[in-house]
Write a protein that binds this ligand. Structure first.
Ligand code: GLP
Length: 267
């Protein structure tokens, strides 16, 4: 039986394992706070890529707690969220904009015009233009100091779903409108109540912007993620497992796992 609390190197990345999701979320929140402090000290601002889904909820609660305790300001933070359903109204409680407002933006001192999400109401004909603009905003901000990621059960990052593109083409994928993969739609029934209610498309930050981040924190918890975590970390780099492309920037990636998510790593 591996030790409950450990840090190992796998395929060039640091992998931190904690016994529980709570403890793993604490490690992630501490890492994010540290990156905010360092970037603000060095460059006067911190540019964060943020994730949604069930996994990071506790991380946001911990960041709010740090803010409330007086140890963390978001005044000089700029955020870009990974993705948003399409089409969706911003006030729809299932929108990622509503999620972020609920869990983080309304609870910290982040200026409203420094928190950016893809817009689920943009006319479809202008979606490519809107997506390209999002990438330009990130670039104009000097790129991401940190990208926080979760992983889908099919290996997706953001809503970059498994693809048959070459690794080179997939690594260059820009922010764009995509159709969700059947596994993702199945998992989204949790949020949408019934299969027929699941929104089938999304705007997602491209793999290119994700891989350009100066640091990536990948958080995965629970036994449902164990198989895909092992595949992404130990398997070949392949567009069919989008998270495996993180191996191409391995030295900039920290995987933070709870014990159940680490169960198939054999480390
Ligand atoms: C969602 C999001 C991803 C997220 C992933 C895992 O649908 N688009 O950004 O990382 O799927 O979600 P969860 O944390 O709920 O398992």
């Amino acid at each position: 039986m591996p030790a409950a609390e450990r840090t190992v190197q796998i395929s060039g990345s640091t992998v931190i394992v904690r016994p529980t999701a709570e403890a793993a979320s604490q490690v992630a929140a501490d890492a994010i706070a540290e990156i905010i402090h360092a970037a603000v000290n060095e460059r006067g601002k911190a540019v964060l890529g943020l994730a949604t889904g069930a996994t990071p909820e506790v991380v946001y609660a911990k960041l709010v707690a740090k803010h409330e305790a007086g140890g963390l300001s978001f005044q000089k933070v700029v955020t870009y969220n990974l993705d948003e359903y399409y089409p969706i109204q911003p006030l729809d409680p299932r929108s990622y904009r509503a999620y972020m407002h609920r869990l983080l933006f309304s609870r910290v001192d982040l200026p409203a015009n420094q928190a950016h999400l893809l817009d689920g109401t943009v006319p479809e004909a202008f979606a490519p233009e809107h997506a390209a603009q999002f990438d330009r905003w990130i670039e104009a901000d000097g790129g991401l100091d940190l990208q926080l990621l979760g992983i889908g059960r099919n290996g997706h990052i953001g809503f970059n779903e498994p693809s048959d593109a070459s690794v080179a083409d997939f690594a260059a994928a820009p922010t764009r409108l995509v159709e969700l993969h059947p596994v993702t739609k199945g998992d989204a029934v949790r949020e949408f109540g019934a299969h027929e209610n699941v929104i089938s498309h999304a705007l997602t930050m491209g793999v290119k912007s994700i891989l350009s981040a100066r640091a990536v924190v990948m958080l995965a918890t629970g036994p449902r993620k164990a198989a895909i975590v092992a595949q992404a970390l130990r398997g070949p780099v392949a567009s069919t497992v989008p998270a495996s492309l993180l191996q191409t920037i391995a030295e900039r990636v920290v995987w933070i796992l709870d014990e159940p998510a680490a169960a198939e790593l054999g480390a």
